[in-house]
Each structure stands twice: as structure tokens, then as C-alpha cells.
Design a protein around this ligand. Structure first.
Ligand code: SAM
Length: 282
């Protein structure tokens, strides 16, 4: 089975969430994931290389669940804005304040498919789906401006998006988000340059058939997000999270040796190889 377009990646990762939920020791249970992934998602996950993706997707989902719930309970966040939301079912499965706003943005065909699969399900908060191409800069700015005027404090999420964008598009998106005073927090999964090389080698042949490719890495030096108006609150590395949740990456012992042998500046870079970054407006 082949990836036909970028939105197929949403089916693919939904299948990993479904598989995690099947485990007796699941760290996250998404009751909608199997239905959303469908046979196509299952087939994509079977035919594409695994290479630790199942564990990373489970960890990513769990950590972002926790970050969102914590921000809602501790901060004055009254909205979650999920860009490239794909088949994420959080607004339907998390315990959320009913008056919280949850805005999902994705491409029209993906959202139409999701709507059909979730027909009859009740969101646990005030839910809005916006069909929009985030590459359309004017349209996304108009959306951000509207939302910025409607909410007090938003938590923005880009999960499984930045790696597929050209560097200038990541910069542009970061600036557009920073330009809206109500967008207080932003969580994203990021990869360093070495991780990107590995992932691109593993997946880009398959992704190319869907006109997609993994191409953006968080630069190791130079405080990338800091220059764009964002302050890093935390960075949770997938290697560390794998240990914490007993979802260790393949060959993680070898990785430890590698990090141990690396010179000091490289050590720091390797520790930030891939993970979830939580940013706050600077
Ligand atoms: C890897 S999936 C991640 C989905 C979801 N956030 C998750 O983690 O399960 C990537 C998503 O990005 C969406 N996407 C990619 N480019 C987009 C664009 N230009 N505008 C809107 N959505 C886009 C795709 O449709 C797809 O749903």
C-alpha cells in the first residue's frame, strides 16, 4: 500500500494509536483510533517500516495529552488550536471543561473523512473544525486573527506537522503564531538533524509518492524558536520518555554508549535529537 497524499500520514499514525490501545499496559487509550485509521491506516502501518514509530507515537500522544490538560488546569487557557489535527480525537476523548474551545485545522478532504467517521459522537467541549490549507498564508493569518480576537489564552498544537514543512514555512508559521497576543503556548514534536537524516532515509521514498517528505529539523544551535518570539519551557526527549514509560527505542543501549562517547557540545545535541517542545510566548 502506498502513501497517496500528505493526509494519509494521519491514517498511518492513527493506526499506531490504535495498536497502543490494544496493549494491556497502554499509556494512552484512544477509543476512536481504530475506526479513524480504518483498513487503509492498518495497511499503511503494515507496509511502511516500523523502526520505533509505534512507541514514539504512543509517547507523543501521551505527553501532549498531559501538556494540554496541565495547561488547561494551571494556566488561564480557554482554547486549544490544533493545526494539522489529522485524526487526533482528543476533543472527543479527554476530560475537558465543557466551555473550552477546541479548534482543529486540516485540509478539507481529511476533515470530511473525519467528520464521517465520528458522526454521532459528542465532543467534550466547544468543538470547531476549520478546513484550510495552512500553506495559504493569507487564509491562515485571517483565521489566526479571528481566533486571537475570540479567545483569551490559547494553547496551539502542531503535532506531526513541522517535519513535513520547508524551513521557511516553519519560520513563517512560528512568526504568524507569535503575532497573535492570545496565543500563549505552543507544543510541537521536533527532530534534530541526525534524526531527520535517519527518518528521511527510512520514509521519504514512500512519502514522495504522496508528494510529501520529511525535511525540517530543529537546528542544534542558535535558539531557533527564541528568535521567532517563543521561549522554550520544556523539552521532553523520546529516548528519556521511552525509559520513563517502558517504551524503549530499538538499540537505546547503543544510543547511550554513543552519547557517552560524544564530546560535550554534541552530547547536548544528541539529547535533543527528537522530542516534544513546549513553548511560551516570549
Ligand atoms: C502526520 S499527520 C498528523 C496528524 C495529527 N496531528 C496526529 O498527530 O495524529 C499530518 C497532518 O497534517 C495535515 N496537513 C499537512 N499539510 C497541511 C496543510 N498545508 N494544511 C492543513 N493541514 C495539513 C495532513 O492532512 C495530516 O492530517
Amino acid at each position: 500500500m502506498q502513501i497517496q497524499n500528505i493526509s494519509d500520514t494521519a491514517l498511518w499514525v492513527a493506526e499506531y494509536r490504535a495498536r497502543e490501545g490494544d496493549r494491556p499496559d497502554a499509556i494512552v487509550r484512544d477509543p476512536f483510533a481504530r475506526r479513524l485509521a480504518g483498513e487503509r491506516g492498518a495497511e499503511l502501518a503494515r507496509s511502511l517500516p516500523g523502526s520505533g514509530m509505534e512507541a514514539v507515537m504512543a509517547l507523543r500522544t501521551r505527553v501532549i495529552d498531559d501538556l494540554i490538560l496541565e495547561a488547561i488546569s494551571r494556566e488561564r487557557v480557554d482554547a486549544v488550536i490544533s493545526l494539522a489535527a489529522g485524526l487526533d480525537s482528543r476533543p472527543f476523548r479527554l476530560e475537558l471543561p465543557p466551555d473550552l474551545r477546541w479548534v482543529e485545522v486540516d485540509l478539507p478532504p481529511l476533515l470530511a473523512y473525519k467528520q464521517e467517521k465520528l458522526a454521532g459522537e459528542t465532543p467534550r467541549c466547544r468543538y470547531e473544525a476549520v478546513a484550510l490549507d495552512l500553506a495559504d498564508v493569507e487564509a491562515r493569518r485571517a483565521l489566526f486573527t479571528r481566533l486571537g480576537a475570540e479567545v483569551k489564552s490559547a494553547f496551539v498544537l502542531t503535532e506531526g506537522l513541522l517535519v513535513y514543512l520547508p524551513a521557511e514555512a516553519v519560520t513563517g508559521l512560528a512568526q504568524d503564531l507569535a503575532a497573535v497576543p492570545a496565543f500563549d503556548f505552543w507544543a510541537a514534536d521536533v527532530m534534530g538533524e541526525d534524526a531527520l537524516k535517519y527518518m528521511a532515509r527510512t520514509y521519504n521514498t514512500a512519502l514522495k509518492k504522496g508528494q510529501a517528505r520529511m525535511q525540517w529539523a530543529l537546528p542544534a544551535r542558535g535558539d531557533f524558536f527564541g528568535k521567532l518570539g517563543w521561549h522554550e519551557v520544556s523539552f521532553a526527549s523520546f529516548v528519556d520518555l521511552g525509559r520513563q514509560y517502558q517504551r524503549e527505542m530499538p538499540f537505546s543501549w547503543l544510543w547511550d554508549v554513543f552519547v557517552w562517547l560524544a564530546p560535550e557540545p554534541k552530547k547536548q545535541e544528541l539529547r535533543r535529537m527528537s522530542g516534544i517542545v513546549l513553548l511560551e510566548r516570549a
